[in-house]
Design a protein around this ligand. Structure first.
Ligand code: SF4
Ligand code: FES
Length: 246
């Protein structure tokens, strides 16, 4: 397969970026999107030019660092997957593919397609953890947890912090990410002890870092590679409301 690539190039957050056009050919349909970018970068390096910077680590949909805006959609045209799990068979031979970084003020561009998502780390540092003594593994196993609650907590815990929800949102809201982290602990007895403090601190940090508000558009849920449900946002709002009045 042959492709024309329009790729965002930007030296850092303080200078203007621009699209540059490249061509790749003889790409296998079974090639992953990141492998296709590896092939492109080898071509660029062979010409002694600067390769395109993009982020990646696990290439298995686990670490959450590989997010790219591909043809106007976070993580590209497939549903429920990360960019590293996207394959070239999802495109047509001869397609033009536009590749951009996440575009959100709290995620400044570091270089080309790489953005700084440390704002998410700061939100987690504000309260996305359990600090009380929860005992050892046998103690955890001895606490009965309703299956329904355990499943909700597990679904929430599948959030990989990729930031696609922020990139997809017209308000650059981080509500889906924060709600997943709040729900993950709020549904378990070990997490209930600090639930009030946690939701207040995480929401305050999210607001302080410049993420926008949720206006129930739902783009975050549609583009989330882990299909995190909007219902977690409703739960977070209930948790916050209860924390404020109780
Ligand atoms: S909620 Fe989904 S889109 Fe947002 S950071 Fe988590 S996994 Fe990524
Ligand atoms: S590289 Fe880890 S999720 Fe894509």
């Amino acid at each position: 397969m042959d492709f024309k690539l329009r790729i965002w190039r930007q030296d850092n957050a303080t200078v203007k970026g621009r699209f540059e056009t490249y061509r790749v050919s003889d790409i296998s349909p079974d090639c992953s999107f990141l492998e296709m970018l590896d092939i492109l970068n080898q071509q660029i390096i062979d010409k002694f030019e600067k390769p395109v910077c993009f982020d990646h680590d696990c290439r298995e949909g686990i670490c959450g660092v590989c997010g790219l805006y591909i043809n106007g959609r976070p993580h590209g045209p497939d549903d429920g997957i990360t960019t590293c799990q996207l394959h070239m068979r999802k495109f047509h031979d001869g397609d033009t593919i536009t590749i951009e970084p996440w575009r959100a003020k709290p995620f400044p561009v570091i270089k080309d397609l790489v953005v700084d998502r440390s704002a998410f780390d700061k939100i987690i540092q504000a309260g996305g953890y359990i600090s009380v003594n929860t005992g050892g593994t046998p103690d955890a196993n001895a606490i009965p947890i309703p299956k329904h609650n355990a499943e909700i907590a597990m679904d929430a815990a599948s959030c990989i912090g990729c930031g696609a929800c922020v990139a997809a949102c017209k308000n650059a809201s981080a509500m889906l990410f924060v709600a997943a982290k709040v729900s993950q602990f709020a549904m378990l007895p070990q997490g209930r002890i600090e639930a009030k403090e946690r939701v207040e601190k995480m929401v305050a940090k999210m607001d302080e870092l410049g993420f926008g508000n949720c206006t129930n558009t739902g783009a975050c849920e549609v583009e989330c590679p882990k299909e995190i449900s909007l219902s977690h946002i409703a739960r977070m709002n209930r948790e916050l409301y209860a924390a404020k009045i109780l």
